[in-house]
Ligand binder design. Structure first.
Ligand code: HEC
Length: 251
């Protein structure tokens, strides 16, 4: 077997070698130099892949990744004072400094959480329905449509935690019917929506002030729905009653 391989190699290589031996000396040298040079690009690629560089990568397609621009605190000769950051126009009030109607904008009355709706909103059926729409869009993915903290995002995250995917960690959304939340003044819930709380993000930039109050009203409706007295419903005494002691049995 080895002999056979040797013979085949000899048959293949010897004419080549014979040819090579007859070549002029400069071709031999050129072949050796070229063979050595051929390893240079490979070594460079290997080096580039295994070492760190202070210089940015070569960036062929620039699109708009790099373009002249000013960043904070830079100098800019265009302005007389040479600063790129322009001072605020006199009299400017930023949204976070809104101090006038603290009830509407911050949920605060005399520095404490308001327990009433601000005069700027009218709480009626349409308002609560608006709140329902906004709640279902912005809050129900986590808190669930009923506010029990059992939204689809919660279920999905819980699954990932249980199966240990990518080290997921998850703080369960609060059940809005639990006492600690249900007892909160309206202004505090408004503030939670506006600024977020602990692991929950802020929705102030996405939901208008009025809609945030509408959501507060809808959460109140959800809470009442879990703890309502029959007398809350007009004419309820004329409705047929289920005997509470029979509840849960179909006999
Ligand atoms: C991405 C998921 C998510 C969304 C969307 C979300 N929340 Fe939450 N919410 C949470 C989590 C998580 C907590 C508990 C935070 C904690 O304890 O760290 C929480 C807590 C709360 C609390 C209790 C705060 C307290 O004082 O303990 C309220 C009230 C609340 N959310 C209301 C809302 C409302 C209203 C919306 C819609 C505008 C909303 N949340 C949208 C995840 C979410």
């Amino acid at each position: 077997m080895t002999n056979l391989i040797k013979q085949i190699l000899d048959d293949l290589l010897s004419p080549l070698l014979a040819d090579f031996k007859e070549c002029p000396i400069w071709i031999k040298w050129a072949a050796i130099v070229l063979t050595c040079a051929a390893t240079i690009p490979l070594s460079l690629i290997f080096r580039a892949r295994t070492t760190y560089s202070e210089k940015p990568r070569i960036h062929f397609i620039q699109n708009m990744d790099n373009q002249p621009k000013y960043v904070s605190q830079e100098a800019n000769a265009l302005f007389l004072d040479g600063r790129v950051m322009r001072p605020m126009v006199e009299g400017t009030v930023s949204q976070s400094q809104m101090t006038g109607d603290t009830h509407t904008f911050m949920g605060l009355v005399d520095g404490a959480w308001a327990d009433t709706y601000p005069a700027s909103v009218t709480v009626n059926k349409d308002f609560v329905l608006r709140g329902q729409g906004r709640f279902n869009i912005y809050c129900s993915p986590c808190h669930g449509k009923g506010g029990f903290g059992d939204g689809v995002v919660h279920h999905r995250a819980q699954r990932l935690v249980e199966t240990g995917v990518n080290g997921t960690t998850w703080v369960a959304p609060k059940n809005l019917h639990e006492e600690a939340v249900a007892e909160q003044p309206k202004g505090q819930v408004f503030n939670t929506i506006t600024n977020g709380i602990r692991t929950m993000g802020a929705y102030g930039s996405q939901i208008t002030v009025e809609d945030r109050w509408a959501i507060v009203a809808y959460i109140e409706a959800l809470q009442i729905s879990q703890n309502a007295d029959p007398t809350d419903v007009e004419g309820s005494d004329t409705l047929p009653r289920v005997d509470a002691s029979n509840e849960g049995s179909n006999k």
